[in-house]
Design a protein around this ligand. Structure first.
Ligand code: FES
Ligand SMILES: [Fe+2]
Length: 273
C-alpha cells in the first residue's frame, strides 16, 4: 500500500506544473517547520541526493544555499517559509534546474499527524514529458521524506525524554563476555543509552545520542577518536566529547569500560573499578 499519492498536472494548471505529491507524516508541525529550516542536513541525512552545501544566508525566514547534487551539479536554492500560511517555497535561483519552484503546504491532521502537499513547477518541459518529469520529482521526494521522518521522530523522542542525572555511586554493570561482544556496542548504563567504542584495543564510552538533534551516533562514521554524526556531520572527540564545529556541544564521556576476567564492565566517574 503506497504511503503517498502522486497526481499528474491537471488541465488549466500553470504551464510549468508537472505534478503534485502528497503524503501523511507521523510528526508535528513544529518538527516539520524545523526540518524545512534545517539546511545543514541535506548532504548528510540526504546523502544519496546531495553531496555538499554552502549556506549564504539563513534565518527564521528560510535559507539560501548553494547545493551540489549526487551528479555533481550545482544549484543555488532558496527556501522561504511562511508559518502563518503553513507553507514553504523552494526556488532554484541559479545553476542546474534554474527556475524550478516547489511549493509545499502542510495541513495538521492531529498532534502527531500532518499531511504535506507538494506542487512541482519546472519550466521548459514539453507537454509530452510533464508526467514523466513530475513522477521523477515525486520519487526524489519520496526518498527525502522517508529520511526526514526518521530524523523528526528521533528528535521528537529525544525531546520527550527525561534524563535524570547519574548518581556518583551508580554501581558498575557487567555487559557480558567480552569475546561475545562486537563494537561499537549499543548498550545502556544506569538506564541511559551509551555506546562502547573499541579503538586500537582501548574502550571509550560515550552517550549514544548526538547532543545536537539526537541522532544515534552509532550510525555515524568513526575515524580514530572522531565520530561524525550521520544527520548533520558534526564531529565529536570520543575522549573529550568536544565537537569540532560547535564548541558549545559536548557528548557525555565520563564513563569507563574495562575487561576483567573475560567480561566487559562499565562504570561512571567515581564508580569502583
Ligand atoms: S544530530 Fe545534528 S549533528 Fe548530530
Ligand atoms: Fe530533509
Amino acid at each position: 500500500m503506497p504511503n503517498h499519492i502522486f497526481k499528474e498536472s491537471y488541465p488549466g494548471s500553470r504551464v510549468d506544473h508537472v505534478g503534485t505529491y502528497s503524503r501523511m507524516l507521523p510528526v508535528s508541525l513544529e518538527r516539520m517547520f524545523e526540518n524545512a529550516l534545517d539546511w545543514e542536513h541535506l548532504p548528510w541525512l540526504h546523502r544519496s541526493s546531495f553531496t555538499a552545501i554552502s549556506c549564504e544566508d539563513a534565518g527564521p525566514w528560510g535559507w539560501r544555499a548553494s547545493v551540489v547534487n549526487a551528479r555533481g551539479q550545482t544549484s543555488l536554492l532558496e527556501l522561504r517559509l511562511d508559518t502563518r500560511q503553513r507553507r514553504w517555497v523552494t526556488r532554484t535561483l541559479d545553476g542546474q534546474g534554474v527556475g524550478a519552484e516547489i511549493w509545499t503546504y502542510v495541513i495538521e491532521r492531529g498532534p502527531l499527524e500532518i499531511e504535506v502537499v507538494i506542487d512541482f513547477f519546472v519550466p521548459g518541459v514539453s507537454e509530452a514529458d510533464l508526467a514523466k518529469v513530475g513522477a521523477a520529482y515525486a520519487r526524489v521526494y519520496q526518498t527525502l521524506y522517508d529520511e526526514d521522518v526518521s530524523m523528526m521522530q528521533g528528535r521528537h523522542r529525544l525531546l520527550k525524554q527525561r534524563v535524570l542525572p547519574l548518581k556518583a555511586d551508580s554501581p558498575a554493570e557487567c555487559l557480558g563476555i567480552r569475546a561475545d561482544l562486537s563494537f561499537p556496542l549499543e548498550t545502556s548504563f544506569a538506564g541511559r543509552p551509551v555506546i562502547v567504542w573499541a579503538v586500537d584495543g582501548t574502550f571509550h564510552v560515550t552517550a549514544a545520542r548526538c547532543p545536537h538533534y539526537g541522532a544515534d551516533l552509532v550510525r555515524g562514521t568513526r575515524e580514530g577518536l572522531t565520530v561524525t554524526c550521520p544527520w548533520h556531520g558534526y564531529r565529536f572527540n570520543l575522549l573529550s566529547g568536544a565537537c569540532s564545529g560547535l564548541t558549545s556541544l559536548l557528548i557525555a564521556t565520563r564513563f569507563y569500560a574495562w575487561e576483567e576476567a573475560g567480561k566487559l564492565w562499565i562504570g561512571w566517574a567515581g564508580a569502583e573499578k
